[in-house]
Design a protein around this ligand. Structure first.
Ligand SMILES: NC(=O)c1ccc[n+]([C@@H]2O[C@H](COP(=O)([O-])OP(=O)(O)OC[C@H]3O[C@@H](n4cnc5c(N)ncnc54)[C@H](O)[C@@H]3O)[C@@H](O)[C@H]2O)c1
Length: 720
């Protein structure tokens, strides 16, 4: 061993070849922490003066090759300001360029995930050999930044502009075959052959039969593209990407700009250009939000893992009650992810619909080439439709998803409990009804909790796991484990009407109802909130959820929190509901709906709803965008703060993730608490006081008031 550090080893192989092996101690994956970087510098010092060095093999001793920079360190680096960020990137670029400039050929053997900085160091090597199991990519734009360690410089020079723009702007992982086609991989082999194959390429390069210097030169020279071609390609790409990413996400366009600004420059000057743009984005709120979401997501993952560890056992078999929209969706997801599931309904028609829905989703996957028909049959076979309780004695968990009616739910839950083993967990997918209330007639309330999915189940990542007063730790752990096995992001919350997500969504709808009552145009409100970043405005969202569902849930919330959510006027939703306008489901809500060429319902504005609303609302008048945003968002803010203060949700991180994963809260804003921090609690307080006559939903909670007075933030400020 030439060098044996905490992250890197230098292992002498035959004939002057040295292996630089990355194996970060105490971590399951390799990542470029500052400490690892410093050690890479030590290893390069040794290599540069190593007598008889003939070639370098770069490898990983872990299953994952390198996941990239240590994102936990970003907060500290970014908080240091532009110069600190530039110094951080400059240091790394110097290391990677030293690797690229070694006087011997270099080959990297990529065995698993090779992302971000991992891919960037690989691009600094002369040749890249990938295992079939490898995945490579530059996901930085998803974090609101651009690749900052040479990705926008070396990738276009190596693979061409089209590939570089596509890979970097999308941030997607790429499979080995795509890397080979793009010229990023020089070979793809079976995992067990990776080491030998990489050594073979290295020996060919050492012997001169595979020239490596022209390749190196290509990466260090200006981009080979003429001015006219370049102008067309860059300007066209920026326009297209801007349209796709939207105005709230500047990083993908900045990545193309970096390639453009550096196109005529040699490597080092082009790297400096990239660093400039990186530093600018790193200082912006979007990067702060998106990096924050990444770290919050890691926290959710850690919490889920610790629940899974404490669960009494794996969920080997599950059951759902009700084969409707939600029950059918849960059964599909369970079967698709490998847990067999019994699906019970009271009507054959319901079961047929549930199975048809699963088949439709699977057919789509087959058409897209993601699965074959054999896999489709295997998944469908894992769903056992039934009208009886046969087989329920053998299931580990049951999710009740029958109609949202407390009496029916009580009847169904007490009935199913009789057929379950003493240890089976029973959950309800209720949207609003208190878990403690539902547990009242149960024999084993300790085995009961909420498991709240979002519609459509296969697409929405969040599952709220609701702990009732009597729910045992092991029931929560089993439910979290099952949600994780379904590929979902579980957030554990305490019981209350609406739990976390609906409890903060309905105040937002209450703000909307008051706006319409006072003469706002719902189309304008939709436009303003969509521009603010929501995937759909409140009127459109209510149409999609179902006006009837909205009205019903709103009454449950009003009963639960009469002081804040009870109302003394007829809301627009009530008017539409009474007129039989139920939303997208019957093609009439705030908007009318007509199927497009693909059969997807498209909204069409209609005078009919305006006419219906007229007698119940003030005459239409203009509200400024600021007014609309304040009146819509402050109720959500105050209710979120209240949920945190009451311990309904354990942390600001989980609260923000629940809204992003459950409601599509604009990711670039990072969640409600991140938004408060970024806008400044004082500004939020001013927004609230501008609407204080609208009632208690616009009053700051004691905790939020304290944040305003002390100048604190919800997220800890990063220390430099
Ligand atoms: N639809 C949503 O967007 C959504 C989202 C989250 C949670 N939820 C909740 O999920 C639950 C189900 O909602 P849905 O939209 O799937 O309803 P749905 O009307 O589509 O389906 C309900 C199904 O339950 C069946 N059913 C009724 N009584 C039954 C019984 N005794 N035993 C077995 N099956 C029975 C019905 O035949 C029907 O197939 C509700 O509690 C709802 O609040 C719905």
């Amino acid at each position: 061993m030439i060098f044996d550090g905490k992250a890197f080893k230098l292992i002498p192989l035959e004939d002057g070849i040295v292996e630089l092996q990355f194996d970060l101690q105490g971590e399951s994956v390799n990542k470029f922490s500052m400490q690892a970087m410093a050690e890479l510098g030590d290893a390069l010092d040794i290599l540069e003066s190593h007598p008889g060095l003939s070639g370098l093999l770069f490898s990983s001793a872990k299953e994952v090759f390198i996941v990239g920079a240590d994102i936990n360190e970003f907060g500290k680096v970014f908080a240091g300001g532009t110069d600190a960020v530039k110094a951080y990137n400059g240091k790394t670029n110097a290391l990677f360029s030293r690797l690229e400039d070694l006087p011997v050929p270099t080959v990297v053997a990529i065995n698993g995930y090779c992302l971000g900085g991992g891919m960037e160091i690989s691009l600094a090597c002369d040749f890249r050999i990938l295992s079939h199991k490898a995945k490579i990519g530059l996901p930085e734009t998803k974090l609101g930044i651009i690749p900052g360690w040479g990705g926008t410089v070396r990738l276009p020079r190596l693979a061409g502009l089209d590939v570089a723009i596509d890979w970097i702007a999308s941030g997607k992982d790429q499979r080995p075959d795509a890397a080979l086609r793009a010229g990023v991989a020089d070979g793809v082999v079976a995992p067990e052959k990776l080491h030998d194959a990489a050594i073979k390429v290295l020996r060919d390069a050492i012997s001169g039969s595979l020239p490596y210097l022209p390749r190196r030169q290509l990466k260090k020279s200006p981009l080979r593209i003429n001015d006219t071609e370049g102008l067309l390609a860059f300007e066209g790409a920026k326009m297209f990407i801007k349209g796709q990413a939207g105005r709230h996400y500047p990083a993908p366009v900045a990545a193309v700009q970096s390639m453009q600004n550096g196109a005529k420059l040699e490597r080092d000057a082009a790297l400096a250009v990239e660093t400039e743009l990186f530093a600018e984005l790193a200082q912006g709120p979007v990067a702060e939000s998106l990096v924050g979401l990444f770290l919050n997501d890691q926290l959710l993952g850690k919490k889920a893992k610790s629940f899974i560890k404490s669960a009494p056992g794996e969920v080997k078999k599950a059951a759902v009650l009700g084969a409707g929209i939600m029950g059918g969706g849960i059964a599909y997801q369970s079967a698709y992810k490998g847990t067999p599931v019994v699906m019970k309904d009271i009507a054959t028609q319901g079961l047929d619909l549930g199975m048809a829905e699963a088949a439709k989703l699977l057919n789509k996957q087959v058409t897209r080439g993601r699965i074959d028909t054999a896999k489709m049959a295997e998944v469908l076979n894992r769903i056992q439709p039934t009208l009886s309780y046969e087989g329920f004695g053998a299931v580990d968990i049951v999710v009740e998803a029958v109609v949202e009616n407390p009496n029916i739910k009580h009847a169904v839950l007490t009935e199913v409990e009789k057929h379950l083993s003493d240890t089976a967990v029973l959950c309800s997918n209720t949207s609003t009804i208190s878990i403690d209330f539902l547990a009242e007639p149960l024999q084993r309330p300790q085995n009961f909790c909420g498991m709240h999915f979002f519609n459509p189940v296969h697409a929405m990542p969040l599952v709220e796991v609701i702990r009732g007063t009597h729910t045992s730790d092991s029931a929560v752990a089993t439910t979290v484990a099952y949600a994780s096995a379904l590929g979902k992001k579980p957030v554990v919350v305490k019981d209350c009407p609406g739990f976390l997500v609906n409890r903060v969504l309905f105040p937002y709808f209450a703000g909307f109802a008051m706006l319409l009552r006072d003469g706002a145009d719902f189309q304008k409100v939709d436009k303003v909130m969509e521009r603010w970043g929501w995937p759909m405005g409140p009127a459109y969202l209510l149409d999609v959820v179902g006006i009837d569902t909205g009205v019903h849930a709103e009454s449950v919330m009003a009963e639960g929190f009469p002081d804040r959510m009870g109302k003394s006027f007829k809301a627009a939703s009530d008017v539409l509901f009474e007129a039989g306008r139920l939303g997208q489901k019957n093609e009439k809500g705030f908007y009318n709906y007509a199927p497009d060429k693909k059969g997807k319902p498209q909204k069409v504005p209609t005078e009919e709803s305006y006419e219906l609303l007229k007698p119940h609302c003030a005459a239409l008048r203009d509200f400024t965008d600021e007014d609309i945003i304040a009146r819509m968002m402050i109720p959500m803010v105050t209710e979120m703060a209240r949920c945190l203060e009451e311990g309904i949700v354990a942390s600001v991180a989980e609260a923000d993730m629940a809204l992003v994963y459950g409601l599509g809260f604009p990711p670039f804003r990072g969640g409600v608490f991140r938004w408060i921090d970024q806008a400044g609690a004082k500004v939020i307080a001013e927004m609230a006081s501008s609407c204080e006559t609208l009632g208690p939903l616009y009053q700051l909670t004691p905790g939020l008031q304290k944040i305003v007075e002390t100048g604190q933030t919800y997220y800890p400020k990063a220390e430099v």
